[in-house]
Ligand binder design. Structure first.
Ligand code: DQA
Length: 144
């Protein structure tokens, strides 16, 4: 089974982007952590990032019937995009939403997520460990 790991806008800048908020790890570091976690659990993953909302929508559409779940950090689109939420629903796949930072102790505009109501679960504030925990959950739940 394949888990799609999706990253939204500006996450390609991790490592140099607001390190006080997001830490010093790069997206390549997070990709490696996910690959290691997947290997430990016999999961297949596809790890992707885009700054183009339409591209993310296309990836979500293509996952339907092909993947077993979606782990997504929608980044700023979390707070703005009905389209991403609708695409995730249309995929008919279980979704885990992850954020590096604890969005609830940040600006009020980050407290609302269009994705959370349709997600199986949400992990935030645990940095890259959130990705690892989300993948572990998928590995466990796919075993039955
Ligand atoms: C983020 C939180 C969002 O509010 C923000 O726009 C991001 C990153 C996080 O991982 O903490 O770009 O999703």
């Amino acid at each position: 089974p394949c888990i799609l790991v999706l990253n939204g806008p500006n996450l390609n800048l991790l490592g140099t982007r607001e390190p006080a908020t997001y830490g010093h790890e790069t997206l390549a570091d997070i990709s490696r952590l996910c690959a290691d976690t997947a290997a430990e659990h016999g999961l297949k993953i596809e790890f992707r990032q885009t700054n183009h909302e339409g591209e993310l929508l296309d990836w979500i559409h293509a996952a339907r019937g092909r993947c077993a779940g979606i782990l997504i950090n929608p980044a700023a689109w979390t707070h703005t995009s009905v389209a991403i939420r609708d695409a995730l629903v249309a995929s008919e796949l279980p979704v885990i939403e992850v954020h590096l930072s604890n969005v609830h102790k940040r600006e009020p505009f980050r407290h609302h997520s269009f994705v959370s109501p349709i997600a199986v679960g949400v992990i935030c504030g645990l940095g890259s460990q959130g990705y690892r925990l989300g993948l572990q959950y998928f590995a466990q739940s796919l075993k039955g």
